[in-house]
Write a protein that binds this ligand. Structure first.
Ligand code: SAM
Length: 273
């Protein structure tokens, strides 16, 4: 059952619009086979072979809709992914923010990892900041995603041996505990991160953030959805704050006030005002 399900053009359009309106994720003719293959898995799980019946199901049942959205996301990630961006965080962003915060008698950095997948990104940020921030500085990270499965894994803080290769050896000793089959993040690191279900299609309600990481997420959105997400980031960020997007993503040509910053290690964006 369900192995032979393919969408006809009208059904593809229905699903395409449903997904896009809910999440900003865009399916086109090119990635239609991905949608069809993920859909086939959901149909199998729900014991139906009718894409139309399943469409009616997800349109009515909020929980099933969340599970469906979860199933169509791409969650590839790794620790210290695009190392140059973490070098930029350490050697450029942190010193800039320390200077800024000193002058305003504020010693807390507020960070958002938007589209955090299984947690490697926020844990990398937490390990790095624990290592480089002066002792009188604190930080708090909110890490969000629309994949409940990913968020559950992230909250566990456990990573198999095969997945920890990006973590520098000294961080592994300092911030992770060796357990059977892998490593678990130490409680001190886990306590710095609040994992949250959040759809980037909506305002998160966060304000005055110092750093936003949203890497390898808007690549799946179309131009209109990208513009509204970037605008919402702007509204949630403090003056003189920093935005990291994916290594292969760009705000080039977008009507935005973010300023492009190029460092020795990577590029990023800054909200100056
Ligand atoms: C490829 S992963 C990137 C993970 C990490 N930021 C990195 O660069 O390694 C993209 C993540 O974005 C999430 N995502 C996609 N659309 C989203 C949306 N509308 N709201 C929140 N998260 C979304 C996916 O569930 C997925 O976990």
């Amino acid at each position: 059952m369900a192995d032979t399900v393919f969408l006809n053009d009208a059904e593809f359009e229905l699903y395409r619009a449903l997904i896009y309106n809910a999440s900003g994720i865009q399916f086109t003719a090119t990635n239609r086979p991905i949608l069809e293959s993920r859909l086939r898995e959901r149909l199998r799980e729900k014991h139906t072979d009718s894409a139309r019946t399943y469409f009616d199901m997800v349109s009515k049942d909020k929980e099933e809709f969340k599970a469906f959205l979860d199933s169509i996301t791409t969650n590839l990630t790794s620790f210290f992914r695009n190392k140059g961006q973490f070098d930029t965080l350490e050697k450029f962003v942190v010193p800039e923010l320390i200077k800024l915060k000193h002058s305003s008698f504020n010693n807390v950095l507020h960070i958002w990892s938007a589209g955090c997948s299984t947690g490697e990104e926020p844990y990398s940020i937490a390990m790095l900041l624990s290592d480089v921030l002066p002792p009188n500085f604190k930080f708090e990270i909110v890490a969000s995603d629309i994949s409940l499965k990913c968020l559950m894994a992230a909250k566990e803080g456990f990573y198999a041996d095969s997945r920890i290769s990006g973590i520098p050896d000294d961080y592994l000793w300092k911030y992770c505990d060796k357990v059977a089959g892998g490593y678990r993040m130490k409680p001190a690191i886990m306590s710095k991160i609040r994992f949250d279900y959040h759809n980037l299609n909506n305002d998160s309600g966060q304000r005055n953030l110092d750093i936003v990481f949203c890497r390898n997420v808007i690549i799946y959105f179309d131009e209109i959805a990208r513009i509204s997400v970037i605008k919402r980031f702007w509204d949630s960020m403090a003056p003189k704050s920093f935005l990291f997007i994916g290594h292969s993503e760009s705000l080039f040509g977008m009507d935005t006030q973010f300023e492009f910053v190029k460092t020795e290690w990577a590029t990023l964006y800054r909200k100056f005002i």
